[in-house]
Every structure is written in C-alpha cells, then in structure tokens.
Design a protein around this ligand. Structure first.
Ligand SMILES: [Zn+2]
Ligand SMILES: [Zn+2]
Length: 327
C-alpha cells in the first residue's frame, strides 16, 4: 500500500535584522514540489557522483598549486594557461549556458550552438540542458520560496554550492528546456558531461608536454590549466548565485535581491551586472552602459561581425532610462 508523501517545504529563513526589500509572497498554496523539477523529491544530502569529483579536483588543485608556489615552481606559462583556460571556459558558461541556452539572447547556427555547449561542458558544471533548465527556474521564482538556490531564502553556502552538490536537484528538467532538448547532440552532451571535462584536462597535459618537451611540463599544465583553473571557475561562476544576490548596488527595484557588482562582472565576464539581468533577462549584454564591463558581450559582438552569431538582443530605451514603457 502506498503512503501519501507530505508536501515538500523548504525551511524559511528568519526575516531577521535585514534591510533587504520585502519579497513577493508565493502566489498560491501549492507544495514546493509542484514547482521544483519533477525529479526533485529526493533528500538534500551530498550526491557522491557530484561531490567526490568536486572534492577531488579541489584537493589536487589547491594542494598541487600550494606545493608549486612553496617550492618556487610556478612559471608564466602556468599562469597564462590557468587564466586563459579559466576565461575560455567562462565564456562557454556565460555566453553559452547562460545567455544563449537559458535566455535565447541571440541566435546562431547548429554547429556553433554545439561548440558553445561543448565549451560550457568543459567547465564541469553538469550538462547544458540541466544548467539552463535550473537557471530558468531560478528566474521564475527568484529569491522567493520556490527559488532553488536563493541566499535570501536559504544559507549562503546552500546558494553557492550546496544545491549543486546535493542529489535532490541532480536530474534535468526536460519540460523546462524543450526548445533545446529537441537536439539529439545536446541531449547526448547533457548526459555525457564528464567526458569533455576529462578530455580538456588531457588536452592541457598534452599542450604542456609539447610546450616544455617533458612529462613534468604536461603535469604542470594539467594542474594549472585543468585542476586549479576549474576550482576558480566553479567559485567564480557560483558567486553569481550567492554574492550577486547579496553584495552590490541595485539600479532596478526587482522583486528579488539581485545586485550589480563590478568585481563580480570582471571575474565572470559581465555576469556581475546581475540586477540589470534580473530586471531585463533576454539581452545579450548584461552591462547596460559603456562603463559596465561585459567581456562576454564584446566577444559576442565581434563574432556577430563575422556572422557566427546574430540578432543580439539589447535593452530598449525605457529600460536604460529606468522608466515604464510608454504605450
Ligand atoms: Zn539569467
Ligand atoms: Zn540571480
């Protein structure tokens, strides 16, 4: 005999001493499970298939980098590989996973669409359809009770990485990403997301071996371009779910607690203009003014000159002037 499952409800954060704006109340009384992905009724303990590789990459990256620094074994090649591979993959996340697959902020052909998805996949942030579907859910209920990773509703740690590492939200909500789930190559990549990341580390090893001409050169490139760069990339990206909802300024009175933050924009190639983005989600640029640095958009703009991407959406005048649209 089946027993009835009680409705899932996340513990609410006390509305304690806090100057943040009041959030919209939930529009109805349905249980949270009605709004979360359909497979999300598991518990919130760490998922071993996500958390063990996550801890392993942290351990190798941080301990290896620590030893290399302590023994004076860091060269400019190591640093260049680390920074280059960080920003290359960050572009895959911001321009690909986020602006294209989650928000359809511009158009491109099927081949470059796959390249974007592949590049984002090498960042080891799970599959492209998984990522984009969860991000759409975040925007729909941002900082409200049904937001999966809100630092306002839950803890900072939960918003930063807890939700990513637990088993409850590990499945892809295909319903929410039907527009891209119709491509078989994306469904394949979504399921096989670990292979490109492992391939990227092997490629780093080979690049280092070629540059320095020995195995040690390969290992050092794998450490800095692969492991350490991936640790930075995880936390760089995750700051947008955690810090960008608590630290920075607010141009727009959105119903969430999103912020604009120059530092976060620099480490995430423009994603730090998160209050802009929550107010008007569908633009290819998230920095709305020339002083709001947005390297993802600059690269997309350059790619548009060569016809690789097109129809880049930008904010209308009333959004830039922060006033209602005139009828
Ligand atoms: Zn978004
Ligand atoms: Zn957000």
């Amino acid at each position: 005999m089946q027993t009835a499952t009680p409705p899932l409800r996340l513990p609410k954060v006390e509305a304690a001493a806090d100057s943040r704006p009041a959030l919209n109340p939930p529009p109805d009384d349905k249980p949270l499970s009605a709004y979360f992905p359909p497979y999300s009724e598991g518990d919130e303990r760490l998922d071993r298939y996500t958390s063990i590789p996550y801890v392993f990459v942290h351990a190798v990256g941080i301990i290896g980098a620590g030893f290399a620094i302590a023994y004076g074994q860091v060269t400019w090649v190591d640093i260049v590989l680390c920074v280059a591979f960080y920003y290359l993959r960050m572009f895959g996340i911001t321009a690909g996973y986020h602006r294209y697959f989650s928000h359809r902020a511009y158009k491109t052909g099927r081949a470059f669409q796959f390249i974007l998805a592949f590049l984002g996949t090498t960042a080891l942030q799970k599959g492209v359809l998984w990522w984009a579907a969860h991000h759409r859910q975040h925007h729909k209920y941002s900082d409200q009770e049904r937001d999966i990773h809100s630092p306002v509703q839950r803890s900072f740690h939960w918003a930063h990485q807890g939700w990513f590492l637990c088993g409850r939200f590990d499945k892809t909500d295909y319903e929410r990403i039907q527009d891209f789930a119709r491509f078989p190559e994306l469904r394949w990549l979504n399921k096989s997301f670990r292979a490109p990341a492992i391939g990227a580390v092997v490629l780093m090893f080979l690049v280092g071996w070629l540059i320095r001409g020995d195995v040690m050169g390969g290992l050092r490139a794998g450490l800095w371009g692969g492991f350490f760069s991936t640790v930075l990339l995880w936390h760089g990206t995750f700051t947008i779910n955690s810090l960008a909802h608590v630290w920075g300024s607010r141009r727009y009175q959105t119903t969430d607690d999103s912020r604009n933050n120059l530092f976060l924009a620099l480490i995430t190639m423009g994603e730090g203009w998160h209050n802009n983005h929550h107010h008007y989600q569908s633009t290819a640029n998230q920095g709305f003014f020339w002083w709001e640095v947005d390297f993802s958009y600059y690269i997309l703009k350059m790619l548009s000159w060569f016809g690789v991407v097109w129809d880049l959406r930008t904010p209308p005048r009333h959004i830039l002037e922060n006033r209602p649209a005139t009828p």
